[in-house]
Design a protein around this ligand. Sequence first.
Ligand code: ADP
Ligand code: MG
Length: 547
Amino acid sequence: MDQRAGEPDGSTEPVSLYGEFTATGNRKVRFAVSLTERELTVQRLNPAPVGRNKLVLSLKDCVGCRAFRQDDKADPAAYLTAYFYPLRRRWVSSVASRQRAEQCFRLAGLEEPHANLEEAEKWARAVRERSARQQYLRDGLSMSELSRPRRMMLLVNPQSGKGQALTMYNNCIQRLLNEAGVPHTLVITERHNHARELARDADLSQWDAFVIMSGDGLLFEVINGLMERPDWEQAIKTPLGILPGGSGNALAASVHHYSGASPVTGDELLTSCGFLLCKGLVSPMDVVSVHLSSGRRVFSFLSLAWGFVADVDIESEKYRHVGAARFTVGTLVRLASLRVYKGKLAYLPAKDCGGSGGASPKKNPTAPRCDERPETTVEARSETTFHNSCHSNNSLKVRRVESAPSQNTNRSLGGPADSLLAPLDQQLPNDWVVVPEEDFVLALAMYQSHLAEDLMAAPGFSLDGGLIHLFYVRAGISRGALLKLFLAMEKGAHLATSCQHLVHAKVRALRLEPQSPKGIITVDGEVVEYGPVQAEVHRGLARLISG
Ligand code: ADP
Ligand code: MG
């Protein structure tokens, strides 16, 4: 049988290395192994295979390869093991996920043990170099950008999610990082804000990456710890990585989504994120600066939520023993006691202004939509299609507030200046759009594709587009329609549901002034102080290890 893992073809490429080795467990089983620039091909020679028996492994799927000798001094052989994580379909499902496929061979062609080891090491080096070059060829990035972090601090929160993060590290991640030869130091967080303190006080010359294995909350701590430092500008450039170990694994699901793979959850998501971490490709990531009513500023990589979504996130804490399903349970509970949240919402539209509400423009003449065109999917609304045409439309539809021009705020607090925001107690700059409604079911600003493992809020999103996707749902939506929206969001199809109450706008900055006396606002799933809040996106401020 011809079994091909990874991308098809490439088999016509010149062979760089060829060898005939035996299996490690049974020396009577012989293989012909050949290495090209893109593939490792393993063909069984003996016992004679029934039909063809060839395994072609793409080096894109390889995380590492090592050569070694066994303790038995009488055995002159050396061993070669290559670690692959190709995408494979499970027989029960059409979804492909990364599955471990180890290839191990015994090399005993030479008499001298050290000569066999040298030969095995030559192979191991060749496999590793080609596998690194595959990334380079695919992504067109410079090799310097590809250099894998030398030492990463891996922060594991033993309390996150179902309390399984440490077990998941022991069962899966430790082996994967060792296979890939990624040196790391495991740090088990002991309390709330521990990770923040570690990031704030770390000697950055010792660390090439901070990787968190928890939910999104722990990365929020690390980012804010880095931004509190006097050297924040360099510190925030330290590559960050994420492994899903919590109940809210939105960034992990987003990183997996950006890699182009089909959606997976649970252990399969963990393997995928672990694989991407080993590959070590670093991309710029937007960070959003969020001003709170106290004057404090926090930095956010995922979301700002108020109303239904924030309530579900926090109220569902008590169901954290069910893991990611806590949001489903929380959504159903909150739906039963659906309420209206009063407040004022305003935003600075992105230049292209590619808003895409689910509402039909005709039935909803007052909605602050940038586009008054027939309904299409969000992907179909390319940025250029809507370029600048929205401003004239908008001027008819929305109230605008005349105010002082925008100014830099809070430079003194550390972190970048916010050039688009006026101080929270002052009027909005005059190019902002004020949403006419004041009764909402939710407001949600997103800057990653996923809101949770199985909720894709912003499909077609990119890590460093400098955009905030602002969604809000106006009051008056029925429970059924809201449930339908969340169900559609599992596939990122909520914007295509033509929901009259959902509005979506691409923005650079926003301000929310809740009027209800009590409530919850979350940033990256963490509760922040309740009150007026505003935010501005900083394009590519941080760096994320992603696919
Ligand atoms: P989850 O997705 O399960 O909510 P998070 O990463 O968001 O996981 O973490 C939840 C919270 O746990 C964060 O606020 C973090 O500060 C806190 N935390 C981290 N380490 C510990 C610990 N050892 N004990 C208790 N809480 C912790
Ligand atoms: Mg959390």
